[in-house]
Design a protein around this ligand. Structure first.
Ligand SMILES: [Zn+2]
Ligand SMILES: [Zn+2]
Length: 330
């Protein structure tokens, strides 16, 4: 399913095309894709809030099996089950790469954005950027772990939250419903802010001690909050709910509308912080996959056929997917 030009998703811009099977380079593997998660980042790419290299095959939550190896592939073998996440490659040499912040590398390439991704039957990636998938997950269950989960893990890590503290989650889609399971496992009390009554019920089922709307006041101040919503208004609301010295982590790449102007004394003073999250490192993906298997975190998924990608993304935009959407390959 290929994106050739920027367009609103309602116009169904992804087209089913027939392409030759890619050939892996020296250190690359050819992966036969079996499942690929769908993500808000894809809506950002399709609608032009992010600039993908067009034409592009989207998709960065890929699970499949190694079908062919480049001549210099050493660690993986044919038939191995692997996952591919948002980080498709980084230079490995710059200051950021050397200090464990390869997510900030200037040559960072995103899967399904700067390199072809997983809305396809086959894809190629360097073997160093593919991860073994723990056995307890099915292909569809593992797919959303690779973005929603791995980035959620990074969000939670950057929030600085500790055992016994209070955490607010604004928005309750694929990533948040994984983060809540990690946070409760780590001994935090979780408060969920979402419009949808369905999502509130799911939040309570997954251990939220309170669920309400983003304009509602939670029963207690929050030590940290993570904002998963694509709208600017959530930022002042989340800051208002924060305890002094609390930190707000913004988990989205782009907001659909501007953050409203804010009263400094009311919302930011008292050493409150705002931190954004950019990309992920391989370490985030690897650590998260083991944590997810240990807890365990089994995402709730809704499956679609590959050729239904447009419809699945429209439902995602409308907030009508329960848990995480996953495309299944023929
Ligand atoms: Zn994603
Ligand atoms: Zn680098």
């Amino acid at each position: 399913m290929m994106l050739k030009e920027i367009s609103p998703i309602e116009k169904e811009p992804l087209q089913l095309v027939d392409l030759p099977t890619p050939t892996p380079g020296l250190k690359e593997i050819l992966v036969k894709v079996s499942a690929c998660g769908i993500c808000h980042t894809e809506l950002d790419e399709i609608e032009g809030r992010l600039q993908p290299n067009l034409p592009i095959i989207l998709g960065h939550e890929i699970v499949g099996r190694v079908e062919r190896l480049g001549y210099e592939v050493r660690k993986l073998a044919q038939g191995d089950r692997v996952g591919i996440a948002w980080i498709h490659s980084a230079c490995g040499k710059c200051e950021f790469c050397q200090s464990g912040n390869e997510n900030l590398c200037k040559e960072f390439k995103g899967t399904g954005c700067h390199a072809h991704g997983g809305y396809a039957e086959y894809t190629v990636v360097r073997e160093d950027f593919a991860y073994p998938i723990p056995q307890r997950f099915s292909d569809s269950e593992a797919a959303p772990l690779l973005c929603a989960g791995a980035i959620g893990y990074r969000d939670l890590r950057l929030s600085g939250i500790k055992r016994g503290q209070t955490l607010g989650l604004f928005g309750f889609g694929a990533s948040a419903h994984i983060v809540i399971q990690m946070a409760t496992y780590l001994g935090c009390e979780v408060f969920v802010f979402t419009r949808s009554e369905e999502h509130r019920n799911l939040a309570r089922k997954l251990g939220a001690s309170w669920a309400g709307g983003s304009e509602d006041e939670p029963p207690t101040k929050l030590d940290a909050a993570i904002d998963f919503t694509p709208v600017g208004e959530t930022v002042p609301r989340a800051l208002r709910a924060l305890e002094k010295g609390g930190r707000l982590v913004m988990a989205v790449i782009r907001k659909r509308n501007p953050i409203p102007s804010m009263d400094y004394a009311q919302l930011l003073w008292d050493e409150k912080e705002i931190k954004s999250v950019a990309n992920i490192t391989r370490k985030d993906a690897q650590e998260f996959l083991s944590l997810a298997a240990e807890i365990p975190i089994i995402p709730e998924v809704q499956e679609f056929r590959l050729e239904e990608a447009n419809r699945a993304l429209i439902l995602l935009k409308q907030g009508k997917i329960q848990g995480a959407g996953v495309l299944r390959m023929p």
